[in-house]
Design a protein around this ligand. Structure first.
Ligand code: WTA
Length: 662
């Protein structure tokens, strides 16, 4: 048990303290009167009223929001058309997403406001106003058009976290090209698969990026990937590190060369509300990564409205989200949601412990940042590195904290609240997914009493429920599956090139209802407590990794006969990745082979997917019909007693021998 934090006047305060485990957590932190007074939404009653309207009269609610929040070139005729999952939003309307993020602020007081403040890992700083951002995006839009890109073409982005990554996304949006950002930590193999799946014509990359004092070799990775990508015609290369690289004649073009002489103004075309905006690949429970497709108006509205309410954005805020643009958080809460609100976004290129573990705190003081949005895995790492790194810094500019990507354990929540927020800053624990496009279950900081470890209540328009296996609503406090029963504007529209998989993955379990893949419960106050994935997707350090992807990478190694990947609870990463492997005859288990299997997965997918532990087995536990029983392997990996029904197990001695090993 922790000692009770003292209630403080005009600060978020504790009304009850008990134990720190999620299942029994009962502390409540109410918003301070001071925060409420200045909040974009300042009471629970106001939230409840607006929420009720949003789910009971969605057409009325979304019509008003779309008209107020977005700049339309042509007004829409119909708010929503068709049943889930094929709902179309704002039908008949036309807009340009980049114009909504940039041009709308020109000619206003925001014109000379910083849109982006960038700090590179070596410490270099660049600030770009909305006016300057406009110029950069216009020029790049011309470069793209000169390359022959047209609306609907796909552009793969493989860049470090630099302003040009945001500029590239916006230039694509401006001309109606569909971007697919691939996180720089993915391997050439993974990049190749993504490029081939969407048949990208252009790849935008850099000569490198800085991470932990070293250069990430982005361009050599692109060169390798492009040995097998017939669709790619051009590679645009940004100079970031001056790392020597090869430029392939006729294919590779330097950004600064192409940029030279491009006009500063670009007339943006208007596109239909449902024009595709981007594809973002994410892990699913089977097969290859899924190309989640988001479209224009609905996505942008979700990102913009949630940014406004969840981050309580004010004109003076200086907002820092530590996610890379390679993830959905970087799309919605670095680029689209923030810029459309005219916010100042701070981005950082490198590692949080470079040169020392206080890098974030140093940057917050240096740039007077007011909002920090980061992941529990990072918070737990900061805790481990020690309070002294935090205490060196003032952090008095901060007024709001956010968490995303995985459940935040109450200990980490309390540390974040006390050490970083100084008990003054509300914490918004935001639950959402690549597929939902925007924050889905979340506190609103001026309205919602907080409970450490709970993502609290649904955002506007989100009809979230906990159901049992038959789809019946589960009673309060009993666990079940988290579903969303009504369509919402920023939901994914399909999986690129595979509409059947889209319907199968999300809408087959409960027809007409979106199944999230997460398990959760709702407490007596209706608060949602997310337990985590209940499908074959792992969440390692806040990154989604499909067990099927890991297994297929492993079996592509010449020594492996069969493989099964499971998660094991881990203090730092949330889940650690454990793989069980059986070998083909003639191959011997050894430490060297474990290392080479880890390296092999790193090569196939990227180092973020490297198993933490490789275990060799004579055979794997299977059902009589030959399905690997992952549930049993999970218990074995965690070192706990094998629980549940084992009557379908074909050969129980397999389990006994697995338990004996290691
Ligand atoms: C998990 C990231 C608990 C969840 C935005 C979800 C969370 C998956 C939270 C989506 C949270 C995300 N509390 N779990 N606040 N946020 N998750 O697509 O399991 O990378 O299904 O989107 O992360 O991961 P994705």
């Amino acid at each position: 048990m922790r000692s009770a934090p003292k209630p403080k006047k005009s600060a978020t305060h504790v009304t009850d303290q008990t134990i720190t485990s999620v299942s029994r957590e009962s502390r409540v932190f109410r918003p301070s009167a001071e925060f409420q007074r200045q909040a974009n939404l300042g009471s629970l009653a106001a939230y409840k009223k607006l929420y009720a309207e949003s789910v009971n009269s969605p057409e009325k609610f979304w019509k008003r929001q779309a008209e107020e929040q977005l700049v339309w070139r042509k007004p829409f005729k119909t708010v929503m058309k068709g049943a889930m999952p094929d709902t179309k939003w704002f039908v008949g309307g036309k807009l340009n997403v980049a114009e909504n993020c940039i041009d709308r602020h020109l000619g206003t007081a925001r014109e000379n406001k910083a849109a982006i403040i960038f700090e590179g890992e070596p410490g270099d700083v660049r600030t770009m106003t909305y006016k300057q951002l406009h110029l950069h995006v216009c020029r790049l839009a011309h470069v793209f058009e000169n390359m022959g890109l047209v609306a609907g073409d796909r552009v793969a982005i493989y860049l470090p976290m630099v302003p040009e990554a945001m500029i590239t996304m916006l230039a694509c949006a401006r001309i109606g090209a569909i971007h697919t950002v691939v996180f720089g930590g993915f391997s050439p193999e993974a990049l190749k698969d993504r490029i081939n799946d969407c048949k990208a014509k252009l790849v935008v990359t850099a000569d490198g990026g800085w991470r932990r004092g070293k250069i990430i070799e982005l361009k050599p990775n692109v060169d390798k990937a492009l040995e097998g990508t017939p669709s790619v015609q051009t590679v645009l290369v940004l100079k970031r590190t001056a790392n020597p690289i090869n430029m392939k004649e006729g294919r590779d073009v330097w950004w600064h060369d192409a940029w030279e002489g491009a006009p500063n103004q670009h007339k943006a075309k208007a596109f239909d509300s449902e024009n595709p905006l981007f594809i973002l690949y994410t892990s699913g429970s089977t097969g290859k990564p899924k190309g989640v497709l988001h479209t224009s108006a609905g996505y942008l509205l979700g990102a913009k409205l949630s940014s406004h309410y969840v981050f309580d954005l004010k004109e003076t805020d200086r907002y820092f989200c530590s996610a890379d643009i390679g993830w959905i958080t970087g799309h919605s809460y670095v680029v689209y949601g923030l810029l459309s609100n005219g916010a100042t976004v701070f981005i950082y290129e490198g590692a949080p412990n470079q040169p020392e573990p206080d890098r974030f705190w140093r940057m917050i003081d240096r740039h007077s940042l007011t909002i920090l949005y980061t992941a529990p895995t990072a918070i737990r790492a900061f805790m481990r590195w020690g309070d002294n790194y935090v205490l060196r810094h003032r952090l008095d500019s901060l007024r709001l904290l956010g968490s995303v990507g995985e459940p935040i354990n109450p200990e980490a929540w309390m540390w974040y609240h006390t050490m970083i927020g100084k008990k003054r800053c509300p914490i918004v624990d935001t639950w959402w997914q690549t597929e939902t496009g925007a924050i889905t279950i979340t506190p609103l900081p001026g309205a919602t009493p907080l409970k450490p470890g709970s993502a609290t209540l649904p955002f506007f328009g989100i009809a979230a429920k906990i159901v049992d296996d038959k789809g019946k609503e589960a009673p309060r406090n009993s666990g079940g599956k988290l579903v969303i029963t009504k369509p919402w504007p920023s939901m994914l529209r399909t999986l690129w090139g595979d509409d059947a998989r889209f319907k199968q993955a999300y809408f087959s379990e409960f027809p007409g209802t979106y199944f999230t893949g997460d398990g959760a419960r709702q407490d007596k106050d209706g608060y949602f407590w997310i337990v985590g994935r209940i499908d074959d997707v792992l969440n390692v350090s806040g990154h989604r990794i499909g067990t099927a992807e890991i297994e297929s990478a492993l079996v592509s190694h010449p020594s492996v006969a069969e493989a099964a990947a499971v998660g094991k609870p881990d203090d730092l990463k949330g889940q650690a990745l454990v793989v069980f492997v059986t070998l083909k005859s003639g191959h011997e288990a050894s430490e060297a082979l474990k290392e080479s299997l880890r390296a092999h997965v790193g090569k196939e997918i990227g180092s973020l997917a490297k198993p933490d532990q490789v275990r060799f087995a004579a055979s794997l536990p299977k059902t009589r019909s030959g399905k690997i029983m992952r549930r049993i392997l999970k218990d074995i990996a965690a070192g706990t007693q094998v629980k549940g029904d084992t009557s379908t197990l074909e050969d129980f001695s397999v389990v006994a021998s697995l338990q004996q090993e290691e």
